[in-house]
Ligand binder design. Structure first.
Ligand SMILES: C[S@@+](CC[C@H](N)C(=O)[O-])C[C@H]1O[C@@H](n2cnc3c(N)ncnc32)[C@H](O)[C@@H]1O
Length: 225
């Protein structure tokens, strides 16, 4: 029993990674390959990716969107949690990152369920809406530029079905979100999306302190009380 979330010491964080992961070989290789990459810290934490897979399977997700792919760690985790005929729309602004990611999901045998959209993700989401995909997605993972978070959220609200999940990474910003003197625009944007999600009656909401903080909003169904 505890009335507070347990803070993670280095040892405890290590224990979680050593004793609770079921990381497949391809994801372990990709994680290790990014250890020396200049932007390797952008990769989603392994335990968080595993948790997202659990969420997806709990809602029987078949259609998903990722906003911010980098070299494909979370995309491979998400695509692996879909059925063989499922679809992940993977959005990124960088052709270099998308090309590298495609090599990894090719090795994982997942290319047939991942469709890439190159460009600013707001435009990619608008294009999906224009294509008639409103209400057809089960799961969204937003992990790109934080200043666009509210735009990603509002477009996801159009694209998700009732009962679908909008998830958003880096809600803790390494602790900076709680520093009242930190008024960096991207930190302010994270505080704004946290407040929006907390107050939005259209969704159930929780912030889970896993990785750098995973926000989870579930689109309410008409039969919800
Ligand atoms: C934190 S990384 C994503 C990490 C990835 N989810 C993983 O687990 O490896 C952020 C990504 O967002 C992309 N990005 C940044 N701004 C973007 C935008 N406006 N539209 C689409 N992608 C963007 C970057 O190119 C980068 O690949």
């Amino acid at each position: 029993m505890s009335r507070k979330t347990t803070g993670l010491s280095k040892d405890l964080a290590h224990w979680i990674q050593a004793k609770t992961l079921r990381e497949p070989e391809i994801l372990e290789s990709l994680r290790k390959a990014m250890e020396d990459h200049a932007d390797g810290s952008m990769q989603t934490a392994a335990e968080q990716a595993q948790f997202m897979q659990l969420l997806m399977r709990a809602i029987d997700a078949r259609q998903a969107i990722e906003i911010g792919v980098f070299t494909g760690y979370s995309a491979i985790a998400i695509a692996s949690a879909l059925p063989a005929d499922g679809r992940l729309v993977a959005c990124d602004i960088s052709p270099e990152y998308l090309n590298e990611a495609a090599k990894w999901w090719g090795k994982a045998g997942l290319s047939d369920r991942i469709e890439t959209r190159l460009g600013p993700a707001v435009e990619s989401l608008d294009a999906l809406i224009a294509e008639g995909a409103a209400g057809t997605f089960d799961f969204v993972y937003a992990d790109a530029d934080k200043e666009s978070s509210l735009e990603y959220y509002e477009r996801s609200m159009v694209l998700l079905r009732p009962g679908g999940l909008f998830t958003i990474d880096n809600m803790l910003r390494g602790g900076r979100v709680a520093d009242p003197n930190d008024d960096d625009p991207s930190i302010v944007a994270t505080r704004e999306v946290a407040e929006k999600l907390r107050c939005d009656a259209r969704v159930d909401w929780s912030l889970v302190p896993i990785g750098d903080g995973l926000g989870i909003a579930r689109v309410k169904c008409s039969e919800d009380t």
